[in-house]
Design a binder for this molecule. Sequence first.
Ligand code: GDP
Ligand code: MG
Length: 166
Amino acid sequence: HSGFVAIIGRPNVGKSTFLNRIVGQKIAIMSDKAQTTRNKIQGIYTTPDSQVVFIDTPGIHKPQSRLGDYMVQSALSTLNEVDAVLFMVNATQKRGRGDDFIIERLKQVKKPIFLIVNKIDQVHPDDLLPFVADFQHTLDFQEVYPISALEGINCDELLSAVVKQL
Ligand code: GDP
Ligand code: MG
């Protein structure tokens, strides 16, 4: 199992924390996948039988700034080049405009999209279901994973599910 996975989410949801936890420092190989993805590689997760290249999607998660069409189109084309998308949200904050901005763009993406609900160490379990439901009626997610990137909760399970998808 190997492939390219984009990770997207508004600032401070925990994308870097997650990547730092799961990703090895060593960049093993470069695939001949589209050129445009190469300079956005953030890290590679490797096991004996799998390799997942994580791609950053800059531009699309900055709804505050006025984006040129180029940035948005570039981010969108990245989303269409990868094999799966991880959309990370923050369980401690209600769905907001930053999330909705991304969701609107994800509606054009014809790839499996995983909803990653991060920071579950900070919320009561009873609050999780309504939180997830609030996102699920906006988009058809392949799978939903509540995790804590900081504490490592459910991160291995998420990775296994992503690898299986590739
Ligand atoms: P990014 O902007 O999406 O890359 O977010 P960062 O990875 O930089 O994280 C933003 C802040 O959230 C940092 O202070 C992290 O320590 C914190 N954070 C990330 N993941 C978790 C988590 O699972 N639980 C808690 N409590 N804090 C987290
Ligand atoms: Mg970051």
